[in-house]
Design a protein around this ligand. Structure first.
Ligand code: TYM
Length: 343
């Protein structure tokens, strides 16, 4: 029996943020460490997803390699057997399956995706790629039969769509066609979380910390100078309530800082709250978070600088060859089911 699969991906459209790290990279590295030997781990760069919104194409290729270095620096052990790294565009089955899935997903379903609505708002033109984004994501997951997909809260709706689509196709063609990824609550349980991770902008804590947001003071980039990043934390927007509570509705800025402390220090939120709940010293709270962010970045950037690119190139070559076979076998099965190939 092949092992169940944990799979996630991070686009390479620009700099990675602390949100990417805490929402996807760290959870994957922790799951890998916890389940070594039991699960297969797929960490890939969805490079075709990277220009659903405009980017500088001159930088794309180098960004992809840099991201892979960052995955490794985040603790992903690529020497472990059953851990694969690859680039989406190097495995053509992703794009081919997307077309087939496109014909079974509804226009109304994609129109309801919050991320599409947010990203297309106030844009003069909106690409079909942005609209179709979740279907390519479905192909990324279903080709390999991933059971667990550690992603941040912003991807929950997309994951639910992937499940709906897999169930629909299985119902129409064969119950064994696709492995349906676990439901969101099961995903959280598996990752040891009470709720999805959504790191907010330090300046606009009602918004997600995002690489595309034009909000440098609110965004910690993984390449930021550690002292500058600490300063950003110290000048984070809070509130005038004057007492520390964990409540994203009334105190999003403070709650965001509490969440960052908990995730970076590997302490449960309850432990962090036991120390800070009710305290009136926002400055001391920020000081603790700033120190953690600074120390994390020093260590992380040091690790990135030690990773040799040639090792990544060799691993990509091997893993992309292996994953191409897996993906092509699943694509053929789908092609047979929809009548494109002889059964
Ligand atoms: P991307 O590159 O936008 O985000 C990559 C991952 O980072 C998480 N993330 C956050 N988590 C918490 N707080 C934040 N502020 C924050 N910002 C980003 C995202 O939730 C995501 O987990 N669609 C995916 C890429 C993808 C993918 C896939 C993932 C394509 N195909 C298949 C899993 C499986 C995305 O959001 O990329």
């Amino acid at each position: 029996m092949s092992k169940p699969i944990i799979l996630t991906g991070i686009r390479s459209n620009g700099e990675l943020t602390l949100g990417n790290y805490l929402g996807a990279m760290l959870p994957l590295a922790r799951l890998q460490a916890r389940h070594a030997g039991e699960y297969q781990v797929n960490m890939f760069v969805p490079d075709l997803h990277s220009f659903t919104t405009p980017i500088d194409h001159e930088d794309l290729y180098a960004n992809t390699i840099r991201n892979l270095k960052m995955f490794i620096a985040s603790g992903l052990n690529t020497t472990q057997k059953d851990t694969f790294i690859y680039r989406q565009s190097f495995i053509p089955a992703h794009a081919e399956l997307t077309w087939i899935l496109d014909c079974f997903v509804y226009f109304g379903e994609l129109s309801r995706m919050t991320q599409f609505k947010e990203k297309s708002e106030n844009q003069e033109t909106v690409s079909v790629g942005l609209f179709n984004y979740p279907v390519l994501m479905a192909a990324d997951i279903l080709l390999y039969g991933a059971k667990y997909v550690p992603v941040g809260e912003d991807q929950r709706q997309h994951l639910e769509l992937v499940r709906d689509l897999a169930i629909r196709m299985n119902h129409q063609f064969s119950e064994n066609l696709f492995i349906v990824p676990e439901a969101w609550d099961e995903q959280l349980k598996f990752a040891g979380l009470n709720k999805g991770v959504r790191i907010r902008s330090l300046k606009n804590p009602d918004k997600k910390m995002s690489k595309s947001i034009s909000d440098p003071a609110g965004t910690i980039l993984l390449s930021d100078d550690p002292d500058e990043a600490a300063k950003k934390v110290m000048s984070a927007t809070t509130d005038s309530i004057g007492q520390i509570n964990y409540d994203f509705t009334t105190q999003p800025g403070i709650s965001n800082i509490l969440q960052i402390i908990s995730l970076l220090s590997e302490r449960s939120l309850d432990e962090v709250l036991a120390k800070w709940q009710g305290s009136t010293s926002y400055g001391d709270l920020k000081q603790e978070a700033a120190g953690l962010v600074r120390d994390f970045l020093i260590d992380f950037q040091n690790k990135v600088s030690q990773i040799e690119e040639s090792l990544i190139d060799e691993k990509l070559l091997r893993d992309e060859a292996a994953m191409r076979q897996v993906a092509e076998a699943k694509l053929l099965e789908v092609q047979q089911m929809v009548g494109l190939r002889r059964k």
